[in-house]
Each structure stands twice: as structure tokens, then as C-alpha cells.
Design a protein around this ligand. Structure first.
Ligand SMILES: Cc1ncc(COP(=O)(O)O)c(C=O)c1O
Length: 287
């Protein structure tokens, strides 16, 4: 039975209750974070808390806690949920209020957090890669906000699953932006050859923390990289495509829209970056 956090209290998940008039329940009015925990320590906590603050500011929910309070709350919950790697989910909604689109004058945000075991991709998945399909991005125009209202993302992911794929790569105005729950990286064999490319930050995509880690590792280890728009039609000539997120880490896409990506196997740039990412993680796990 997992222990969750709700409004200042840690308690068993099935004992945690939220009022039915909570705006998170009624409107999906809230934001969230997903923080990977390695060896009992939250990874890139400052960056995740910064992104949470940005999301809260954008949707005008007052931040209920200082950074110190967030850090303490998170660490206590990790400790209560045992050792090992975890995925720590944090959610802040605008709290309970009479149902009205207009913002309540004195909101009392609801703070919820839970932690679940983190399961890395299996050796088989890493060796074979995953299938993805491209889909029109049906989300709103402010995808940089980590909002809990994820209905479009859910439908996009399910469309991918129904097609036998693991992820949807989203297309907006002719450009590939990100996955339904991940960021996107592409390597081309030519023009520009061997360069790792990811679309620039902006309202069309979530500024992923894993995305930043990968760009930092590329910079530190001399892997040529750049932030640039990726045209939909150029995906067909990619030699490597990856999707990244805190829980998936880095996954090679080896089939896109039913066609092999490159030679249909995870590519050399992926293998190098994956090793760098795991070495970085192992250092954290060892403390
Ligand atoms: C739409 C979307 N883009 C990108 C990401 C990756 O972000 P991060 O690396 O911070 O997990 C996620 C993660 O859930 C996501 O939902």
C-alpha cells in the first residue's frame, strides 16, 4: 500500500480524499510534475520545481509552498515509500470552489503527491527500439505548461497504441514538435550529417528536463547538437529518432509510420547517449 501526500498529511492512498468540487476534478484546473528519483534522491529537483513554478504562474494558481517546503515534502514521501528508484508525481489544483469558470477570489490549492516504483525500459525494448506513428497535434496552444488536463495526450497515445505503436510523434503546422508524453530528438545522415537535433523550446512543446540533460551531455561530450525545427517530411530521412522523458529516459524509435528508421535498429548516437545517461544516473544512485 503506497503512502501519498495530501494537503500537509501523509497517509495511505485509499484514505486520501479530495472534495468533489475541487477544480482539478471539475475542470482539470491544475498543473503537475513528474520527478524521477534515483537511489532515494530526486533528480534535477531545482529544475522540476522551477518548471512547477512556471506552470503555476502561467495558470495563475498561487504557489502553496516555498522551495524548501517542497523539497522537504518530497523527501519525506520518498523515504516513506522505501528505497530504490521511484517516480514522484506532484499535483497542484486550484482547490475546491463553487463551479464557475471565473477564478475563485481566494483559492485554497490542493496539493497531492505520490511515489511509484520507476521501471526502466527492458533490455529487449532498448535493443529493438519502439514503434511510433505521426499524428496531428490536437492539443491547445500552450503546451509548455504542464497542465493536468491531458485528454488530447491520452487520446493521441491511445491512437498510437491502437495502431500497434508505443508513442505518437506530434505534427503541428508541418513540423514535428514532440511525443504525446515525451520530447523528440532526430539524427540525419546528411544535411546536417550526424547532428543531434531537437525542436526549440516554445509554446508548442513541454520543456522536458530529460531533454535538457541530453543537450548538456551532448555539449559536455562533444556530440554535435542543435535546437532546430524538424519538418514532418524530413522524419522519413532520419537515421535516428529518439523520444525522451523522466520515466522513459531515452527510447530509440526504430519504426515510424510502419517504415524502418535508418537501418531499423537503435543507432550509434543513441547508444553513446544512452551510455552517458546511464553513467550519470549510476553516479547519482551511488550517492
Ligand atoms: C508532452 C510531454 N513532453 C515532454 C515530456 C518530457 O518531459 P520530462 O523530460 O521533464 O519528463 C513529457 C513528460 O511527461 C510530456 O508529457
Amino acid at each position: 500500500m503506497s503512502i501519498v501526500h495530501l494537503n500537509g498529511q501523509n497517509l495511505p492512498a485509499e484514505k486520501a480524499c479530495v472534495p468533489v468540487l475541487d477544480r482539478g476534478f471539475i475542470f482539470g484546473d491544475g498543473v503537475y510534475e513528474m520527478i524521477p528519483v534515483f537511489g532515494g534522491r530526486p533528480f534535477r529537483l531545482t529544475e522540476h520545481l522551477q518548471r512547477l513554478e512556471n506552470s503555476l504562474d502561467e495558470v495563475r494558481i498561487p504557489n502553496p509552498h516555498t522551495r524548501e517546503k517542497w523539497a522537504a515534502l518530497i523527501q519525506t514521501l520518498i523515504d516513506e515509500n522505501g528505497d530504490g528508484d521511484q517516480s514522484l508525481y506532484l499535483q497542484v489544483t486550484r482547490g475546491p470552489a463553487a463551479r464557475d469558470h471565473a477564478l475563485p477570489e481566494n483559492p485554497a490549492p490542493t496539493v497531492f503527491a505520490m511515489s511509484n516504483p520507476l521501471h526502466p525500459a527492458t533490455t529487449e525494448t532498448l535493443a529493438q527500439g519502439i514503434k511510433a506513428i505521426t499524428l496531428d497535434d490536437i492539443r491547445w496552444a500552450r503546451c509548455h505548461i504542464k497542465a493536468i488536463s491531458l485528454l488530447p495526450n491520452i487520446l493521441l497515445r491511445q491512437t498510437a497504441l491502437d495502431a500497434g505503436a508505443a508513442e505518437a510523434i506530434l505534427i503541428r503546422d508541418g513540423y514535428a514538435t514532440e511525443g504525446a508524453a515525451s520530447n523528440l530528438f532526430v539524427v540525419f545522415d546528411e544535411k546536417p550529417a550526424g547532428v543531434l537535433i531537437t525542436p526549440p523550446k516554445g509554446p508548442r512543446l513541454l520543456p522536458g528536463i530529460t531533454r535538457d540533460v541530453i543537450l548538456e551531455l551532448a555539449e559536455a561530450h562533444g556530440i554535435d547538437h542543435r535546437e532546430a525545427d524538424i519538418r514532418h517530411e524530413d522524419l522519413a530521412r532520419a537515421s535516428e529518432i529518439w523520444v525522451t522523458s523522466s520515466t522513459k529516459e531515452i527510447l530509440p524509435v526504430t519504426t515510424l509510420d510502419g517504415e524502418p528508421v535508418g537501418d531499423g535498429k537503435p543507432g550509434p548516437v543513441f547508444r553513446r547517449m544512452y551510455a552517458l545517461y546511464q553513467a550519470n544516473k549510476a553516479r547519482l544512485q551511488a550517492g
